[in-house]
Design a protein around this ligand. Structure first.
Ligand SMILES: Cc1ncc(COP(=O)(O)O)c(C=O)c1O
Length: 502
């Protein structure tokens, strides 16, 4: 038998979270790490450093040698943290990407330290109970029936995929007496159709591809002037599909579109889904957080009638990436993804009353992200959390008003949530294409200079700018700063271009 030398054993003890060896090392490493994090946020003046060059190649030399942890942290600070996007900065307002709450960050540290795996109860005894209870709390929040169940996911992409997978397999079982899990796709699958608005997230199409249905199975329904799905057109498109011999299987409603934050008419969509006997999946990755705010919750009217629901916590719930949930009206629907493994989730466990959460998930090994929700709920309480969510919405409203007041800017529409789409209007001597280029350049220059991080998007093939105000700490002066930076940058680009033309 090989003899393990005492010295080498002691040397590796200190590299793990054990109760042997030098316990002060845990404290030392975590304290040093938090000190660097605090210093980074203390010193970070811009949302991104101006012209930062990321140089990490040198770290890949001499990898066989140990290094002092503090020197590793210094390298990470200088070459990685300082070159990163500071998403907590109030001038970072590009995407649906939020500043994380401290309670969520601390929960994430515990999640990593405990390193539970959510697939089976024996790998996560307390965590299984926590996730089950957080999911129950969510089902109550969205007023789903007693039959509802859910799971934590990596985010909207996975949740949308799960909703459409269950929709597909339920349709096959109910309408075609076909078992996809056992036999793969039926011949009719080539004619399956999924309906969503033209503003729905691209992951609806991506899911359709992965589900073997192809992108063409997704029918984009036009939206009204508020970017909400037109239910008249939805009904007409479903009828057309039936006449053509297609098989409508599901409708995806969006509660909070990525670009405009628009919420589809959920009640009306439910009525159509009922009439047509279709699964209704609600992508509430963005808008789901409104359920927490009493003043906003009615915008989600009808969400409780969803067959399945995607909610993201790493968007408007201010949790560290990644953290999302998928909820389903009937727990029984999870039978379509369940696979038994003797070593992990045997039938006997179920008979004996043990819950193995792998039965509800696409993943096997899975992080204990539900702890972030529990710790934030316990730390802040729903009232304070809701107040923060409401704050972002109010700021987006203010930004939109200010844009409207600026003659050089054009606001596309009053935002329903936190996303504001607008553009810089050039003088008439510049054509449409040049105006598009100038708007693109504004976004790029603001990013390169570290002045502000805003996004760009397209509408009817024209270039627009977008601000997503997810930071409750964004103040009036931050909004003014970003607006003025857009205008001044636009003016400068115009001057330079005009000079070049002469
Ligand atoms: C409406 C909507 N659904 C789904 C997604 C995908 O979510 P995730 O990035 O969490 O997978 C997004 C991402 O922004 C989104 O805006």
């Amino acid at each position: 038998m090989p003899v393990v030398k005492e010295e080498s054993h002691t040397a590796i003890d200190n590299e793990f979270l054990t109760n042997v060896g030098d316990k002060s090392r845990i404290l030392e490493m975590l304290t040093q790490t938090s000190a660097y994090i605090a210093e980074f946020f203390n010193e970070s003046e811009r949302p991104v450093p101006a012209e930062a060059e990321v140089q990490v190649k040198q770290f890949f030399h001499g990898l066989e040698k140990e290094n002092d942890f503090d020197s590793v942290l210094k390298e990470v600070m200088e070459h990685i943290m300082k070159c990163s996007l500071n998403i907590s900065h109030p001038h970072a307002m590009a995407h649906l990407h939020c500043p994380p709450l401290l309670s969520g960050v601390c929960a994430d540290v515990i999640v990593s330290a405990l390193n539970q795996s959510m697939d089976s109860w024996d790998q996560s005894p307390a965590a299984t109970t926590v996730e089950t209870e957080v999911v129950n709390w969510l089902c109550e929040l969205y007023q789903l029936p007693q039959t509802a169940a859910g799971t934590f996911t990596t985010g909207g992409t996975q949740s949308n995929f799960m909703g459409l997978l269950l929709a597909r397999d339920q349709y096959c079982a109910r309408e075609l007496s076909h078992d996809v899990k056992a036999d793969g796709l039926p011949a009719e699958a080539a004619r399956f159709k999924i309906f969503c608005s033209e503003e729905a997230h691209f992951t609806v199409k991506k899911s359709a591809v992965q589900l073997g249905l192809g992108e063409r199975s997704v029918v984009g329904v036009p939206t009204d002037e508020h970017k909400k799905m037109s239910t008249g057109k939805l009904e007409a498109f479903i009828q057309e599909a039936r006449v053509a011999g297609d098989h409508p299987i599901a409708i995806v409603a969006t509660a909070g579109t990525t670009d405009f934050g628009s919420i589809d008419p959920l009640q009306e969509i439910r009525r159509t889904a009922d009439k047509e006997n279709l699964w209704m999946h609600v992508d509430a990755a963005f808008g789901g957080a409104l359920a927490l705010c009493s003043a906003q919750a009615e915008k989600l009217d009808g969400v409780h009638k969803a067959d399945s629901l995607a909610v993201d916590f790493h968007k408007l719930f201010y949790q560290p990436v990644s953290c999302g949930a998928f909820l389903v009206r009937s727990r029984d629907s999870f039978r379509f993804i369940r696979h038994g493994a003797d070593y992990l989730n045997p039938e006997d466990d179920r008979d004996e009353g043990f819950t193995n959460l792998v039965d509800y998930s696409m993943q096997t090994t899975r992080r204990f992200d539900a702890l972030k929700i529990l710790m934030t709920l316990r730390t802040l309480g729903t009232e304070k959390w809701a107040e923060m969510i409401g704050q972002g919405l109010r700021q987006a409203g203010r930004l939109a008003e200010k844009i409207n007041d600026e003659p050089e800017l054009y606001l596309v529409m009053k935002p329903e949530m936190n996303a504001v789409v607008f553009k810089y209007c050039t003088e008439t001597s510049f054509g449409e294409r040049e105006e598009d280029e100038i708007n693109r350049e504004i976004q790029q220059q603001l990013y390169a200079s570290g002045e502000a991080v805003i996004a760009k998007t397209k509408l009817n093939d024209r270039q627009f700018l977008k601000c997503t105000l997810l930071n409750p700490l964004t103040k009036e002066e931050d909004i003014d700063h970003v607006i003025q930076s857009v205008i001044e940058t636009g003016r400068e680009i115009e001057i330079i271009r005009r000079r070049k033309q002469q």
